[in-house]
Design a protein around this ligand. Sequence first.
Ligand SMILES: Cc1cc2nc3c(=O)[nH]c(=O)nc-3n(C[C@H](O)[C@H](O)[C@H](O)COP(=O)(O)OP(=O)(O)OC[C@H]3O[C@@H](n4cnc5c(N)ncnc54)[C@H](O)[C@@H]3O)c2cc1C
Length: 338
Amino acid sequence: MLAAAVETEPGEEPLLPLTLESQRLWPDFARELAEATGISCEYRDEGTLVVALNRDDAESLRHSFDFQKGLGLDLEWLNAAEARRLEPHLRPGIAAAVLSRNDHQVENRALARALIAACRAAGVQIHEHCAVTEVALQGGKVGGVETAAGREAADVVVLAAGAWSREVGGIPTAFRPPVRPIKGQMLAVQMDQAAPLLRHVVWLPNGGYLVPRDDGRLIVGGTVEERGFDTAITAGGLFTLIEAAWRAVPTIEELPIAETWVGFRPGSRDDAPMLGPSGVDGLVVATGHHRNGILLTPVSAAVVSQYILSGQLPEMARPFDPQRFAKPRPTRMAEAAK
Ligand SMILES: Cc1cc2nc3c(=O)[nH]c(=O)nc-3n(C[C@H](O)[C@H](O)[C@H](O)COP(=O)(O)OP(=O)(O)OC[C@H]3O[C@@H](n4cnc5c(N)ncnc54)[C@H](O)[C@@H]3O)c2cc1C
């Protein structure tokens, strides 16, 4: 989901210029990728509905709606009949919904395939299934990386290993990005491709969501769990997802389960991205994207490349300088107090 509007929560206001800019970049980014590779990311612009199933949900939705409208976001309050005209399979008797026309979606697996093909076409060498074991430092500066297949020399290394970014060796502890894995269990049910149950992305009152894909899969997501790199798919996780989906769209109970999987969101200490200098000369960080890494793909690429080429972060990315987590150097007074 490319959900700059409906995902914005109180406290996340500094992130909004970045998410909105990325949302603005997405249509051209998807088109250019398709032109360069022949692979479509299945960019879809029907928009997103956030549904309230009862009065409690409606009060809470009104609260978010007022907050997000106050930020200037383009959202529309719908009554139950208006919402069910857009999505007739929503449960009769829902309380209300909010329509966000600008929150679109792409197929993230197709995006990865397209990016790999576009990089190769541009002359990038990709070594797959070849872990970087260590960032090699020479005199405190980056000299390259050690991989399972040997050493690669480089003046600049971009650390973009998602939830694993802290695990990469060779980086002094003080400069390791403080990211942790935030587990998400997901499942997909198979709709009739010719007559899909839903066309919009639908957000549910418990924070879950339903995303209809072009191939007829309906993605039901996602749990949010602090369990390290635990890959277990649990009965409780699937139950939570299915129950929330069924309460909004009861007809899903007829649909076959197509797939289940687990992913890890890279969460930083303040849950915001880390883009730019690591504190080690030549080591640039692009991680901590948490639940917005797909949305933030085009803007992250633009910010990181601008930083590498000019040494400057664009204004909108300054709040996400990884140096915000650097430990302050001890002051003379603190030293004297020891
Ligand atoms: C359930 C779930 C739902 C989500 N939904 C959305 C959504 O709707 N919209 C959205 O915008 N975002 C969403 N996200 C978040 C998004 O997926 C992440 O923010 C994004 O994938 C982060 O991208 P990344 O490239 O930093 O990390 P990743 O996508 O995790 O990629 C990191 C890569 O680095 C590799 N790697 C790790 N260690 C090493 C090493 N030592 N050497 C070499 N390679 C290494 C890993 O194998 C992996 O391929 C969701 C995430 C989850 C889990």
